[in-house]
Design a protein around this ligand. Structure first.
Ligand SMILES: C[S@@+](CC[C@H](N)C(=O)[O-])C[C@H]1O[C@@H](n2cnc3c(N)ncnc32)[C@H](O)[C@@H]1O
Length: 247
């Protein structure tokens, strides 16, 4: 049986440049949020805090202007490789939502929604000192059109999705500091794409979008610049693929 995924250990812009025009149905991605420098300036010892370990991982430390220029190149390629009326979901820090909407609109994406992912069991860190952070934003865009695939099956779908944080069972091959739960990705893959569609995650980290796409009978293309996280995603995605190819 032919493989339903293709993974690249490379810079995502290079990878996207190698993909044909109008070939992808859904981009489901979670890029660096450009909050590493902001977090570093704060007084707390964030590097040692588990949830913020990405500050120490080094892939979110760009200057704002460099990040904007990288994200602008991302949107140019995303616009080219996505089919007309293809969908883009991007997780993002609420601090950077407006910047991303501006970049997307400059490349013919139609802005639909800023939604919330609420974590039901966040780490109750410093709970007697402040409001414990329990949510992240996601942005929903359509490429060159106002509506795309939306498999709600007559059910009301809110701009709010609630899951637990990533369970230990999804980290058996190793940890990624900002690994998303598969249940979260399943929500978007199911509603925003169809079986046999091509799902792309250019910043795949530990490969969660790929695990979801393959388990829902979609095809998957993923890129990850770090060898360590690429190896992790390869293990996770090949395992799920073997499982779903079983006779
Ligand atoms: C927020 S994490 C993604 C986490 C992922 N959603 C998961 O569930 O594991 C972003 C990832 O993008 C990768 N990355 C950063 N810049 C990249 C680039 N130019 N090309 C490919 N990957 C990149 C980082 O190494 C990091 O693993």
């Amino acid at each position: 049986m032919p493989k339903k995924y293709k993974l690249y250990n490379d810079d995502c812009i290079k990878v996207m440049q190698s993909l044909p025009d109008d070939s992808v149905d859904l981009i489901l991605t979670d890029p660096p949020y450009n909050i590493g420098k902001f977090m570093k300036k704060r007084q707390t010892n964030l590097n040692r805090m588990r949830e913020n370990f990405f500050v120490g991982a080094g892939w979110d430390n760009e200057d704002y202007t460099d990040w904007i220029s990288d994200m602008s190149r991302f949107f140019n390629e995303a616009h080219r490789v996505l089919k007309k009326k293809g969908t883009l979901i991007m997780f993002m820090s609420v601090l950077k939502v407006e910047s991303i909407i501006e970049l997307a609109q400059a490349t013919s994406f139609y802005y639909k929604t800023t939604g919330v992912w609420h974590k039901t069991n966040p780490m109750p860190r410093n709970m007697n000192l402040h409001f414990v952070n329990s949510n992240e934003s996601w942005l929903y865009f359509i490429n060159d059109g106002k509506t795309g695939t939306f498999n709600n099956n007559g059910k009301l779908e809110l701009d709010f999705i609630q899951t637990g944080v990533t369970p230990a069972g999804e980290k058996k091959y190793g940890k990624h500091p900002t690994q998303k739960p598969v249940a979260l990705m399943d929500h978007f893959v199911t509603i925003l794409s169809n079986p046999d569609d091509i799902v792309l995650d250019p910043f795949m980290g530990s490969g969660t979008a790929g695990v979801s796409a393959i388990s829902k009978n979609r095809k998957f293309i993923g890129a990850e610049i770090s060898k360590k996280y690429f190896d992790l995603s390869l293990k996770r995605i090949s395992e799920i693929s073997d499982l779903f190819n079983m006779e």
